[in-house]
Ligand binder design. Structure first.
Ligand code: ADP
Length: 255
């Protein structure tokens, strides 16, 4: 990533060109480094489940047929690590696409119904209490329903993973006349210094803790991408040991 230098005697125009060029190179270099980091993080993340699968496959080759206890443990682990790898690759594919490739199928979506249904299915799947408070009036947003479901799933899944008490999902309208979805948990919270980084790919507050909860650090990066594609915004407030409030603003659809 070479930069242009001009002599002080050269014309203003030339200096300006050099400046523009150098700014472009800075941007390119920054993007290149980000890509490099992404590939390195992705390889590392995939290597962990692969190593587990490989070692259990080796155990099976050696003793599997004679030792039913090993057979059961190995099959169980190979199965769960394969699912982990599948989820990771699917998440990485979403992130690899640029916004125009997200292929959104936009239509007016009843946000109250979507929140009630998603809350109910996650409550059943994880056996956790999710209080859904729909807005008193129907609200529609222009959205790709599947992507919005994925967004709610990511945010509620985080609230479930990082808290033990009940979770609240509220739909309302904001002062700016936007649809406001708020997800509140009373969990472990996020340290102040980490708040700005949680949208970065593969960022996790505590990697050891996340390995246990199954988090990859890609959820909020995908959430931010979906929200941006819908011209919305996300804001997270959190206090360690107290809990987290996630606010998503989306433009309302007026027919
Ligand atoms: P992950 O799949 O690891 O949960 P995310 O991108 O969704 O990844 O979140 C990034 C990190 O932010 C998480 O690893 C976790 O440390 C932190 N985090 C996200 N949501 C919450 C929450 N509701 N409570 C506490 N920590 C959270």
């Amino acid at each position: 990533f070479k930069r242009i230098t001009t002599k002080s005697s050269s014309k203003d125009e030339l200096d300006q060109m050099a400046n523009t060029f150098n700014n472009m190179m800075d941007l390119l270099e920054e993007n290149y480094k980000k890509q490099e980091q992404f590939v390195s993080d992705a390889s590392h993340e995939l290597k962990t489940p692969l190593t587990v699968i490989e070692s259990y496959a080796n155990m099976l080759k050696r003793w599997g047929m004679k030792r039913p206890d090993i057979l059961e443990e190995a099959v169980e682990s190979i199965h769960s690590e394969s699912i982990r790898m599948k989820t990771l690759t699917e998440q990485m594919l979403v992130l690899a696409k640029d916004d125009s490739q997200l292929d959104l199928h936009i239509q007016p979506t009843d946000i109250n119904t979507l929140c009630i249904e998603t809350g109910r299915s996650l409550q059943q799947a994880f056996q956790r209490t999710i209080h859904v408070k729909p807005s008193p009036h129907p609200i529609q947003v222009s959205s790709d329903e599947q992507k919005l479901k994925q967004l709610l799933y990511i945010l509620l899944d985080n609230a479930i993973k990082y808290s033990e008490e009940s979770i609240e999902l509220t739909v309302s309208t904001s002062a700016e006349n936007m649809c406001l979805i708020t997800i509140t948990d009373q969990g472990i919270g996020i340290p102040k210094e980490d708040l700005a980084h949680v949208y970065e790919r593969f960022f996790r507050v505590d990697k050891a803790r996340n390995r246990e909860t199954g988090g990859s650090g890609l959820g909020l990066a995908i959430a931010a991408k979906i929200i941006k594609a819908h011209q919305g915004t996300i804001h997270i407030d959190s206090e360690e040991g107290k809990g987290t409030i996630v606010q998503v603003h989306l433009p309302i659809y007026f027919s």
